[in-house]
Design a protein around this ligand. Structure first.
Ligand code: SF4
Ligand code: SF4
Length: 261
């Protein structure tokens, strides 16, 4: 997940927030973070944000925040248009970054067959496409992973952009935060935790509550998938089941790792 060295901006950058196929949870997170939201609306000029305003202005943008995977031809065309208009494009949330749960069968060549099994001969308003992350179609400058994104990551990134500084990704896996939070490792009790394979930034939200990480921040770049799968197999799970669970949030980005296992 390469980040570009691209900063902004002038005063009051023009911002658009968009959503494609997904649950809209990332846009909702921005709206629900009420203290920061007031500062956000003071710091930027919101041109388009369907969840916050019914009067979008579809002109040139300094920054576009885009949620959701691309799952129809119409969404693809809209994304290409946003990319043309935006100086900086930020993918927000697992669906935009990795493809989301709807991309868990990425790499399976039977997309048309699966589509027919679910929808039969239905007529579509827009031609359906296999769900893919934004960077399958356009250049993405920054990524905010998560399902949903976390305000503690989102607002510092926005703040850096507004102040003309380069945002930086969180480089460590969930285990790093989990250790800082002094949790007892769930692997000691042979519980299925994907923390070592998953990009951190959530503050180890699940292990903090004695729940295994299911990988919703998406794959960590330097994770050792082969060894972790071997460890989980030793807990009594089949490789097939383990990989299916890894794919839940790994989408297209997981393929380069699992093909080596
Ligand atoms: S509980 Fe999970 S996230 Fe925490 S250290 Fe163990 S493997 Fe890593
Ligand atoms: S611990 Fe794992 S599953 Fe839970 S929020 Fe963090 S990345 Fe997602």
């Amino acid at each position: 997940m390469a980040w570009k060295q691209k900063a902004l901006v002038g005063p009051k950058p023009r911002v658009g927030v968009y959503g494609f196929t997904g649950c809209a949870g990332d846009q909702l997170l921005l709206i629900h973070t009420e203290d920061e939201l007031l500062n956000l609306f003071r710091a930027v000029n919101i041109h388009s944000f369907v969840m916050a305003s019914s009067k979008p202005i579809e002109e040139a943008l300094d920054v576009a925040f885009v949620e959701g995977s691309i799952s129809t031809e119409e969404e693809k065309e809209h994304l290409l248009d946003i990319r043309k208009r935006a100086k900086i494009l930020v993918a927000i949330g697992n669906c935009a970054v990795n493809g989301g749960p709807q991309a868990m069968y990425a790499g399976d060549t039977k997309y048309e067959k699966r589509l027919e099994q679910v929808y039969g001969n239905a007529q579509f308003v827009s031609e359906p496409l296999e769900a893919k992350p934004l960077d399958a179609y356009v250049t993405v400058d920054y990524y905010l992973p998560g399902c949903s994104i976390d305000a503690k990551q989102a607002f510092p990134l926005i703040s850096r952009l507004v102040h003309g500084a380069i945002p930086e990704p969180y480089p460590h896996p969930v285990c790093h935060e989990c250790k800082l939070n002094e949790n007892r490792c769930l692997l000691i009790d042979k519980r299925f935790c994907l923390g070592p394979l998953t990009l951190g930034g959530c503050g180890s939200a699940c292990p903090n509550h004695n729940l295994p990480c299911v990988g919703c921040w998406g794959p960590s770049d330097d994770a050792n998938f082969t060894e972790h799968v071997k460890l989980l197999e030793s807990f009594g799970m089949t490789k097939k089941d383990i990989i299916r669970r890894i794919r839940n949030y790994g989408g297209h980005k997981i393929l380069k790792y699992i093909e080596k296992i």
